[in-house]
Design a protein around this ligand. Structure first.
Ligand code: N7H
Length: 480
């Protein structure tokens, strides 16, 4: 295989300042482990005084890009050698901006969902809530049990120690102006499953090309190219007028999503695609129809042969369209409700309506492997996805996927001349109520007796640029 290179962005594209954008936003912090340390600010003035010591360790997009290049070189020359990385990023919630006095019109980031916070949004996202809109299944820490969530430190590394010390050192430097209120430790799955999440599917295949940033030569063809402003605030593609210091920041959505792994596999076992004589093959195909891909990532729209690994090549794995037909013809073989079709409808919607909806996903799996559970605290034995995505507008990005598409049983139904499409069987939710998915024109559908993905909490945050962190976040004016 030819070596991956990061070609410079074409000269006609807007330039992103890679030294100014934090490292997770564009490339994602390279990691085997990641610690998310949610913190509360208890003494704002002291926090501003101490923050500069932490800022020296904040990883930029340029540093991640350089690390990626080094890892590629090392893999090519000495495949057994490990490259040590230790990365740190920081993001703030609206409550965090308030705590720091970044309030009023001049500091208004003009994102309603960010301003209100994710807890307020939980029932609209489909999370089960009480009559007074308190999310019933969220962890207490996300509900403020140990203090308001004002921000999050993201520590990432090739080892547990590197990820842990990245955030521990930062917390130590901020002491006693800020306290950790919750930590989510994430880790990639072992061995060959490294790129796979807990249900067993390969994740992270499809993220958009971001114009203005060098992209790796093996970035999958067909992933779509977006103006930088779709992900990074203030660039072409982001039309909203915001404070100058918001430039080259990005809104970060965090969701802790518990996965019911044995239950999901049992469901697939009990509900194979009936037309397939071999039950195991039928269950495999049912799972693939839920995602739109086989576990190894092969898109079912291209082949139903999960063993044809030629489809795994980066020029083929993501380069496809959905059928233009309506009714059942339009969902043969990939159901309209499949997770990847709901979350990236490709030619199902006009290209110009699609670009603003794209997000950059940078999550990581968490929790023990099935069978590795330890007796004791059941929460410690939970497994799932620490979902992270970046965008310049939460309403057009994450929320469009979750509320307007995944949870919306009628999404596309009219255009496709269907009564209903049903829920995204993976992330679509209806306040914990039973759901249905995969409708055919005759009206048949699949009943999903339980949610296999359960939100345990989350927050909407803003990942400021390096220049903003060094000025307004430490109490200085933003440089003109
Ligand atoms: Fe999904 N999974 O790991 O099993 N997702 N996702 N996701 N998701 C995708 O194409 C998964 C979640 C998107 O471009 C794949 O990279 C799981 C949320 C988008 O064709 C797999 C959970 C949201 C895409 C998974 C989860 C999204 C995508 C195929 C929850 C947004 C790209 C691999 C526990 C609100 C679609 C790939 C495209 C793909 C998994 C959550 C969005 C395997 C288990 C909450 C935009």
């Amino acid at each position: 295989m030819s070596q991956v290179i990061f070609a410079p962005a074409p000269s006609d594209e807007p330039t992103i300042d890679l030294d100014n954008v934090q490292g997770d936003v564009i490339y994602g912090l390279t990691k085997s482990y990641e610690h998310f340390s949610f913190f509360t600010i208890v003494k704002a003035d002291e926090f501003k005084q101490k923050l500069p010591q932490v800022l020296a360790d904040i990883t930029t997009s340029r540093q991640v890009l350089d690390a990626r290049k080094t890892i590629i070189d090392i893999k090519a020359t000495s495949p057994d050698e490990e490259h040590h990385v230790k990365f740190l990023n920081i993001a703030f919630s609206q409550k965090g901006l308030n705590a720091l006095g970044l309030t009023g019109d001049s500091n208004n980031l003009k994102d309603r969902h960010f301003a209100e916070g994710q807890q307020q949004d939980a029932s609209s996202l489909g999370d089960p809530t009480t009559d007074s809109h308190v999310p019933k299944l969220w962890k207490n820490e996300f509900l403020g049990a140990h203090g308001e969530i004002h921000g999050v430190l993201l520590g990432a590394g090739n080892t547990y120690e590197n990820a842990a010390t990245a955030v521990n050192d930062a917390l130590e430097k901020l002491k006693p102006s800020a306290n950790q209120v919750y930590r989510r430790e994430g880790k990639t799955r072992p061995g060959e499953l490294r790129k796979h999440e807990h249900f067993g599917w390969r994740d992270g295949i499809s993220n958009p090309f971001i114009k203005g940033a060098p992209m790796p030569s093996n970035h999958p063809t067909g992933s779509g190219k977006v103006d930088p402003g779709v992900i990074v605030v203030g660039h072409k593609g982001d039309e909203i007028q915001r404070p100058k210091w918001a430039f080259e920041g990005s809104f970060m959505v965090f969701r802790e999503l518990k996965q019911m792994v044995p239950e999901f596999h049992q469901f697939l076992k009990d509900n194979p695609v009936p037309e397939i004589p071999d039950r195991d093959k039928g269950s495999e195909l049912q799972g693939a129809r839920f995602f739109g891909r086989f576990k190894n990532g092969i898109p079912i729209q291209k082949t139903l042969d999960s063993s044809d690994t030629s489809w795994l090549n980066h020029t083929k794995i993501n380069d496809f369209r959905y059928p233009d037909g309506t009714g059942d013809a339009g969902q043969d073989p990939c159901p309209y409700s499949a997770h990847i079709r709901k979350t990236y409808p490709r030619n199902d919607i006009p290209e110009n309506a699609q670009e603003e909806t794209r997000i950059n996903r940078k999550g990581i799996a968490y929790g023990p492997e099935v069978g590795e559970e330890q007796p004791g605290d059941p929460e410690k034995n939970e497994r799932g996805l620490a979902f992270v995505c970046y965008q310049s507008v939460i309403g057009s990005g994450f929320r469009r996927h979750q509320t307007d598409w995944a949870n919306n049983t009628k999404f596309l139904a009219q255009e496709k001349k269907m009564q209903t499409i049903g829920f995204d069987p993976i992330i679509g939710q209806a306040g914990g109520k039973e759901r249905t998915t995969q409708y055919t024109q005759s009206g048949s559908s699949i009943r999903l007796p339980q949610d296999f993905v359960i939100a345990r909490g989350g927050e909407y945050l803003f990942t400021p640029s390096i220049k903003a962190l060094r000025s307004v976040f430490v109490g200085k004016p933003f440089p003109e």
